[in-house]
Design a protein around this ligand. Structure first.
Ligand code: DX5
Ligand code: ZN
Length: 226
């Protein structure tokens, strides 16, 4: 894999929500490639976060592609609202019964990119049948619900498995990792086949600030070539 083509996605869950527009603009200026927006319903995961209004409010602040990660029990109810709010990618969990069948065609119909997400205990095989119908597969390396958790290394073998399958089928879909990504775990995930890394704490809670967090992640990924 060409490591320089790895994209960094800034997950706003660890941002200062009172200054979201400014922080997102800072991340864009620092060269981040995408934004990752975590949507939680207090049912599929034990936390609440944000809805379409926040996505719509952020849209004028940035040109970056926005990935909306739907950690909700009935994602099909919200696809249209997030699409209208300005999302570019809509990601649904494969563990939600009927989510792939009901959501993937609907997302494409809305003109958006479609993705499937796997929880830490979900095997790679759960998405095999859908690989040709997605633009992105997201592997969770923490149990979803909160930022700031530690990376679960079992995600690495899942990444390797999915990377082999994607390459074998000559698909162009992205393989993204989300959860506990920092300067130590990002290179391991990229080595295992991820071409998109999502990070919240390592960017928005970096002690030297947002730009430094992004620069450091970029540095460790690019440094893998040597
Ligand atoms: C977890 C979310 C992640 C989270 C990542 O439910 O899906 O996107 O914000 O946070 P960090 O990078 O701090 O582990
Ligand atoms: Zn996420």
């Amino acid at each position: 894999m060409n490591h320089s083509s790895v994209a960094i996605s800034a997950s706003i869950l660890a941002a200062d929500f009172a200054r979201l527009g400014e922080q997102v603009r800072e991340a864009e200026l620092a060269g981040v490639d995408r934004l990752h927006l975590d949507v939680m319903d207090g049912h599929f995961v034990p936390n609440l976060s944000l809805g379409p209004a926040v996505v719509a409010s952020l849209r004028p602040w940035t040109k970056l592609p926005m990935e909306v990660h739907l950690m909700v029990s009935e994602p099909w109810h919200f696809l249209e609202a997030f699409a209208q709010a300005g999302a570019d990618y809509l990601l649904v969990h494969v563990e939600v019964p009927e989510a792939p069948q009901r959501c993937l065609p609907a997302i494409r119909q809305l003109g958006k990119k479609a993705g499937l997400v796997l929880n830490p205990d979900t095997p790679a095989e759960a998405v095999s049948a859908w690989l040709t119908q997605v633009d992105l597969v997201l592997v969770m390396s923490v149990y979803p619900g909160f930022s700031g958790q530690s990376f679960l290394p079992q995600a690495l073998s899942k990444l390797r498995h999915l990377r082999a399958q994607i390459d074998q089928l000559q698909l162009s879909c992205d393989l993204e990792i989300d959860g506990g990504i920092n300067e130590e775990t990002a290179p391991r995930a990229v080595q295992a086949g991820a071409n998109v890394v999502a990070a919240a704490s390592a960017i928005f809670r970096h002690p030297q600030g947002i730009a430094a967090g992004i620069a450091r992640l970029r540095q460790v990924i690019v440094g893998m070539r040597t």
